[in-house]
Write a protein that binds this ligand. Sequence first.
Ligand SMILES: *[C@@H]1O[C@H](CO)[C@@H](O)[C@H](O)[C@H]1NC(C)=O
Length: 288
Amino acid sequence: MFRRTSLLGAALLALTWLSTFALGAPSAGCGRSTNLRNQAYSVNVNGRNRQYMLRIPNNYDQNRPYRIIYLWHPRGGSMQKIVNGEDPNRGGILPYHGLVPHANESAIFVVPEGLNQGWANMNNEDTAFFDRLVETVESQLCVDTSLRFSTGFSWGGGMSFALACARPKMMRAISVLSGGLLSGCQGGTEPVAYYGQHGTRDSVLNVGMGRQLRDQFVRNNGCQRPSFEPQPNGGRSVRTDYQGCLPDKPVVWVIHDGDHNPSQVDAGSNTPFAPKNTWDFFAQFQPQ
Ligand SMILES: *[C@@H]1O[C@H](CO)[C@@H](O)[C@H](O)[C@H]1NC(C)=O
C-alpha cells in the first residue's frame, strides 16, 4: 500500500513538474537578476557597434518567461522614433507601433537601429545583429524563446520577413506592415505564422510587393490559395484568414485602400487597426 501511494505520489509530482516546466522554453536569463533598463545599448557585430533600445515590463519578474518582440524601424527611421513615435504628418508611427497598451506589461520589446537608417542586410549583417541581440538580451532577461516575434513597417517589415526566411525556427510569428522584399530572404522555405497588411494605394511599395511576401508563407505554411485576390471594401479593410494552413502556422492578410501607412484606420474609426491586429495575432500563440 505504501509503495502504491508513493508511486502515485511520484507520478503526481512528475505531472506537476511537467505541467510547470515542460511548456515554454525559458531563456538563460530566467532566474537571474538583471541590470538592464529601458535605455539604449550597443553590441559588437562583426566589428561594428550596433545600437538598440529595450523596453522591459514594469514590475519585471525574473522568474516569468516573457514574450519578446523585435521591432524594426522603417527607412529613414530610428530606434528613438519607434520608442517615441513620430509626428502623424510624417508617417504617423505610434510609439512601439501601438503595441505597448495591448501587451499590458507582458512582453519585452527590443528596438534595433539600422545602418544608414535601414536594413539592407548586406552579407546578412542585420541577421547577424539579430542573432547577437537574441544572445545578449535573452541571456540577461527572462524570455520564453518559444514566444519570439518580429514586426515592422515598410523596411522594418522587410527585415521581419528576412528573419522569417533565415531564422524560421526562432520566430513564432511575424507581422509585416506594408513591407516588401528589401532585406533579402535566405532560406525562405520553412513555415512561419504570418500577419501582413498593405494598402492598395501604396505609393512607396506597391501592393503587389506585399502580396508577394504573403504568398511565400501561404505556400510555406501549406495554406489553400483563395481563387480571387481579396480587395478592400471601400474605406474598410478586409481581413482574410487563409484556410488549411499547417497547425500553428496561420496566415492573416488585411487589405485596405490606403497609402503607405502603418496607422491606417477604417472609415468611421479613429483607431489604427495594425496594433490590435498584430497583438492579437501574436497573443494567440501559447508557450510550447
Ligand atoms: C493587465 O495585467 C494585469 C496583471 O496581470 C491584470 O490584472 C489586468 O487585468 C490586465 N489588464 C488588461 C487590460 O488586460
